[in-house]
Design a protein around this ligand. Structure first.
Ligand code: A3P
Length: 321
């Protein structure tokens, strides 16, 4: 349609480059630089639409993340917490749909169908868009934001596997070491990664009541503590009776990697992630969920290089990963 064509024409004029793949004429390979970050064309078209038109529900919570940092998990936790009085946990929609089909993406599904919500009375939406690129209608509103980040080298390795599975068979990838160097230089989708993290981190310091900043590794180590914190934050705290009756543990079990990756819908189902013509097997979102899996794919000196870069970039921010 006309709007999309106009956005596409504008986007085509932006600086662009191929990330990780050698195939230049593929929409999944070409990333465009916009407001200091790299986006695939369709996500960027959706983002610009959102910057122009999107109005959040006043009580909405935005689940924000850099790709492969635990989005699927955090969306499942937020959804099951927010809907626990509507659905019995054993018949929660997460038993039959991946969490991406319960909470739409701001830059992917919402622009395609602005009035569509998977669950109309559940004011949750999600995004991979960096904080500084979010529509003013979100950053200037009372909208709450929960953000998750993850060790950068694990994040890269997770993305690398995902991107390879997602790409058409004839697309040639650069070697993983070269892909890692691109990531370390800031050429990554929705990246540079450190800028993505810093945007939400600084905002969380400015507005702690509105922005909750989480780390994947903390959530793995101390799931119960952070699930309760998440429930408090989104305005659905667990009551003493719920805690006594084991509701927190049941939510944790429902959303656990073991349970979710074993569900039939996540073993053999698929969903459209809002990018044109792209349907993805749900199983792609459940790989290993191991902290430190980078060791199986990259040498220790690359991890050190990444840690040094992060230390430098996050210096003076008060944040350590
Ligand atoms: P790995 O590739 O390291 O296994 P995202 O949801 O942002 O796309 O991130 C995907 C990563 O989160 C994958 O990491 C995936 O295995 C992991 N993951 C998915 N579901 C999870 C869950 N319920 N608990 C913990 N990790 C999960």
């Amino acid at each position: 349609n006309t709007t999309n064509c106009t956005y596409s024409a504008r986007i085509s004029l932006l600086p662009h480059r191929s990330i990780a793949m050698k195939e230049a004429n593929n929409d999944l390979a070409q990333a465009y630089e916009y407001q200091g970050f790299w986006f695939l064309k369709q996500a960027l078209r959706g983002l610009i639409w959102a910057q122009d038109h999107f109005k959040p529900h006043p009580a909405a919570t935005l689940v924000a993340s850099y790709p492969k940092t635990g989005t699927t998990w955090l969306k499942a936790l937020a959804f099951s917490i927010a809907t626990r009085n509507r659905f019995d946990l054993s018949s929660n929609p997460l038993e039959t749909s991946i969490s991406h089909q319960c909470i739409p993406f701001l830059e992917l599904e919402i622009p395609r169908s602005p009035s569509h919500k998977y669950y109309p009375d559940v004011p949750l939406f999600s995004t991979h868009v960096p904080y500084t690129c979010l529509p003013d209608s979100i950053t200037g509103s009372d909208c709450k934001i929960v953000y998750i980040c993850r060790d950068p080298t694990d994040t890269f390795v997770s993305w690398w596997h995902f991107a390879r599975k997602r790409a058409p068979e004839d697309v040639e990838f650069v070697p993983i070491e070269e892909g890692f160097q691109q990531f370390a230089e800031g050429y990554s989708l929705y990246g540079p990664y450190w800028e993505h993290i810093l945007g939400y981190w600084r905002a969380s310091l400015d507005r702690p009541d509105q922005i909750l900043f989480l780390k994947y590794e903390d959530l793995v180590l101390n799931t119960s503590f952070y699930v309760k914190k998440l429930a408090d934050f989104i305005g659905s705290p667990f009551s003493i009776e719920e805690e006594r009756d084991g509701v927190v543990e049941r939510i944790i079990d429902l959303c656990s990697f073991k349970h979710m990756s074993g569900l039939e819908v996540n073993k053999s189902g698929e969903h459209s992630n809002g990018l044109d013509h792209v349907t993805l097997p749900n199983s792609m979102y459940f790989r290993k969920a191991e902290v430190g899996d980078w060791k199986n794919h990259l040498p220790a000196k690359m991890k050190e290089q990444m840690d040094q870069i992060m230390e430098l970039k996050l210096r003076d921010s008060g944040l350590a990963l």
